[in-house]
Write a protein that binds this ligand. Structure first.
Ligand code: SAH
Length: 537
């Protein structure tokens, strides 16, 4: 006997162009098409099925049962849902009916879920790009879900700043839910939050309304409407609703232009606020280089191709953005003690939302949201704390000079920190400064190690400070006169800054060029072979 099959088909929003090829295949190869009458009418012209079973909207269970019955009799059946059949559609229900009968994939009829474009996507496309970022769908129908649960989900989604697509927002009978939803959302989101109402997307009576959270109920919302609510950074532009791809701009100290590290954040060119930097590119070569890479320009080129007009001025989108301020803080280059007042100040500045992370190089990394970075830096400095940028910059760390007993060389360390600390480099670089030959703060394991000995300095370059093939730095000079130390370091740093590849740590640079200043490279890595093991492996 022929084994039957059920396709559970999502046919998309309703227009023929938006049905997938697989969905059409399923419909055309089915003996039966089963679905809600309105939906069957939408796809009827596409199919040649012998029998079409259209039922009322509330008869979902009987539709699923009918489908299973026909498939068990050896027929091929398509059960149809609008949008995606797995999003408030028939897919789950068909499985539930099958499970009740003890069905398994191995022994039972065939089941294929054919995905379709769900309303969140079809409606979003008509509004602009309102989804873009983390989003969720919530059905306001309390027909099968207790209102308490729905309420809780709205609250959680509102609180967590999700873009929200409300399905089944309102019907003739259910009118209170959308009012309640609005009330909850307004607890967490501004009344101006962009809201899109899309009725019958890609169908004959399509209607698109742009409104906001405060005014959304003044418009017609019904059974065929999807309500899309923006997050806190969603904005209107030219009759569209746009949500940027990220909404935290991070910035650090000492950089005029705030670059965004790829592993920490979204790529600069992919972020709308990068549009602003476009204008500011300093040189014409820089401008040209940016023109090629920025997503804005790709977008502008696409627009120009379509409209055959050249747009000279990038569209600048201004919006308030939450700023995440990142910096390192420590009690000083040599000082390793932090006072209760300093701790209290840090706690107060960081408050509930910020974070304070202790790092292997004796400092805290602070991350917090603020509009006043300068005020914060000033307060910390006034309280004797040292504030430094983080990222690919030069960082100086010194030993504690035996709690100050061997304090002679501290001024040199401080001067190095003052002159070179925070300098932007191709890759992070640590200078370790130790006050005696014991080198117990492990200066020789830093990118550059300096050891004070007999009133002079020994210099070490090019350790590999991390990884399974870590190794100490190479001793390159002994007995450097104090007055020569800073000039020499400055030359080394400048050479590295000018010539290293982006992301090339000092030891790699030294190994590649074989010579820094007058110092010749010697391989300091052990000859023991170990397998490379990147983080997480
Ligand atoms: N399976 C469907 C959702 C069914 S629930 C899907 O994935 O899209 C029914 C709800 O979906 C409606 O109340 C409406 O909110 C939304 N919806 C479905 N099709 C729509 C369309 N063409 N335009 C706007 N909203 C639609």
């Amino acid at each position: 006997m022929k084994v039957g099959k059920i396709y559970v088909v999502g046919f998309g929003p309703g227009s023929e162009e938006h049905i997938t090829t697989r969905a059409i295949y399923a419909l055309q190869h089915s003996d039966y098409i089963i679905g809600y009458k309105t939906y069957v009418d939408l796809i009827e012209h596409l199919v040649t099925a012998k029998s079409i079973v259209s039922t009322g909207m509330t008869e979902e269970v009987s539709r699923a049962q009918e489908a299973v019955k026909q498939a068990e009799a050896g027929h091929t059946v398509s059960v149809i849902s609008s949008g995606d059949s797995g999003v408030y559609g028939m897919a789950g229900l068909v499985y539930e009916v099958l499970i009740e009968k003890g069905w398994t994939e191995e022994n039972g009829i065939g089941v294929e879920i054919v995905p379709g474009i769900s309303a969140i996507n079809s409606c979003a496309s008509l509004l602009g790009a309102p989804v873009m970022h983390d989003a969720c769908t919530i059905s306001l129908s309390d027909h099968l879900t207790p209102w308490k649960v729905i309420e809780k989900r709205i609250e959680a989604a509102a609180m967590a700043d999700f873009v929200i697509a409300l399905y089944n927002p309102k019907s003739g009978r259910r009118t209170r839910q959308i009012v309640e939803a609005q009330r909850i959302l307004l607890k967490y989101r501004s009344p101006d939050t962009p809201v899109g109402l899309v009725k019958s997307a890609y169908r004959d009576n399509q209607r698109v309304v742009l409104t906001n959270l405060a005014e959304m109920l003044e418009h017609d919302i019904g059974m065929l409407t999807t309500v899309i609510i923006g997050n806190s950074s969603t904005f209107f532009y030219d009759n569209k609703i746009i949500t940027p791809r990220g909404y935290q701009r991070k910035y650090t100290l000492g950089e005029e232009k705030q670059s965004l590290k790829p592993h920490q954040r979204l790529k600069k060119e992919a972020e709308p606020w990068a549009l602003e930097q476009e204008k500011e590119a300093a040189t014409s070569t820089e401008r040209e280089a940016k023109k090629k890479t920025s997503s804005l320009n790709m977008a502008l080129m696409a627009v120009a191709m379509v409209t055959k007009t050249k747009i000279d001025h990038p569209l600048i989108v201004q919006q308030p953005l939450e700023q995440i301020f990142e910096f390192a803080v420590s009690p000083g280059v040599a000082n390793k003690f932090i006072t209760p007042e300093q701790m209290r100040l840090l706690a107060e500045i960081i408050s509930e939302q910020g974070s304070l992370e202790y790092t292997p190089d004796h400092r805290f990394i602070v991350k917090l949201s603020t509009e006043e970075p300068d005020v914060i830096v000033e307060k910390l400095k006034q309280n004797g704390l040292m504030v430094m940028p983080i990222g690919d910059v030069l960082n100086v760390k010194a030993c504690d000079f035996c709690y100050g007993e061997k304090a002679e060389s501290i001024p040199y360390a401080e001067e190095i920190a003052e002159q070179l600390g925070g300098l932007k480099l191709p890759k992070e670089l640590h200078i370790g400064f130790n006050g005696c030959g014991m080198a117990c703060y492990r200066a020789v394991f830093d990118d550059i190690g300096i050891v004070y000995r007999k009133k002079k300095f020994d210099l070490f370059i090019g350790s590999k400070p991390v990884g399974r093939t870590a190794h100490a730095a190479q001793p390159v000079a002994e007995g450097i006169e104090p007055e020569n130390l800073l000039p020499l370091l400055t030359r080394i740093i400048n050479e590295y800054k000018e010539n290293a590849h982006p992301n090339e740590r000092l030891f790699k640079y030294f190994k590649r060029v074989k010579r820094i200043q007058d110092f010749i490279y010697h391989d300091m890595s052990s000859k023991i072979e170990v397998e490379p093991a990147p983080c997480g492996d």
